[in-house]
Ligand binder design. Structure first.
Ligand SMILES: [Fe+2]
Length: 239
């Protein structure tokens, strides 16, 4: 493993902290406005071979060590598999619950709600207690982030709030705010046309701030990439 060019210009994204080891990634504090930590890595191995070796799937499918172990891979694919397994073990040893997912390509089902609530829309992760999200894209299109300053909560966009209120069918009061939270509308954001967007890149391991009571920093706003059905499936670690 070696250091790599970052997939973003760190001087443009003051909310991202760069760390140089797994230990630092886990122990560094998210404070001073920094709500994302990136451990840049170049992982050797052929992750594409792992992806191609996996069976057809209908939806997001979690892989365990047994699934990976059963794949018949060339040496480069075997190296990639070692990284996949090693990352799982690193996070598990820290008491985390990582999941290695294969994510099918294709447009998300947008439905007809005034606010999207899928992961390919700008959103924050939320928790009831202190918690962070760990993320790594090994193969396929990478996750993206956007600076909080360049966004507005969807429920604060006047036209959108009016539509949500209509859908709710009541007054703009505490019960309405509960309704927004129950439907996850309050976790989604609109990015302005000049928004500064960054890529999480491939192979880099990230730790990002979630929304939880008492968090010292605003949550990291991020989204899964939208992939056409002709694009490859994604290999993604999430914890
Ligand atoms: Fe998320």
């Amino acid at each position: 493993m070696s250091s790599s060019p970052l997939p973003f210009d760190p001087t443009q994204f003051p909310r991202i902290g760069i760390v140089s080891s797994f230990d630092e990634l886990v122990t560094a504090r998210l404070e001073g406005g920094v709500n994302a930590l990136c451990w840049p890595r170049v992982l050797d191995g052929d992750f594409g071979e792992v992806e191609r070796s996996l069976p057809a799937i209908d939806g997001i499918t979690t892989l365990d060590e047994e699934d990976l172990g059963g794949l018949n891979l060339n040496p480069a694919g075997q190296r990639a598999r070692e990284h996949l397994i090693n990352d799982q073990r690193l996070l598990t040893a820290r008491g985390l619950q990582p999941s290695l997912d294969i994510v099918p390509s294709g447009e998300p089902d947008l439905g007809d709600s005034p606010v999207r609530t899928d992961v390919a829309d700008w959103h924050v992760d939320s928790a009831t207690v202190k918690a962070d999200t760990y993320l790594c894209t090994y193969f396929g299109e990478a996750t993206e982030g956007v600076l909080n300053e360049d966004t507005l909560g969807q429920v604060h966009v006047p036209g959108t709030r009016a539509k949500l209120l209509q859908l709710y069918g009541g007054a703009d009061d505490a019960n309405f705010r509960s309704y927004l939270a129950e439907h996850f509308y309050d976790l989604h954001y609109a990015a302005n046309s000049e928004a500064r967007i960054y890529s999480f890149g491939i192979g880099h391991l990230w730790r990002i701030a979630t929304q939880y009571p008492g968090s010292p920093v605003p949550p990291c706003i991020h989204r899964a990439p939208t992939t056409g059905s002709d694009q490859t499936r994604r290999l993604l670690l999430i914890s």
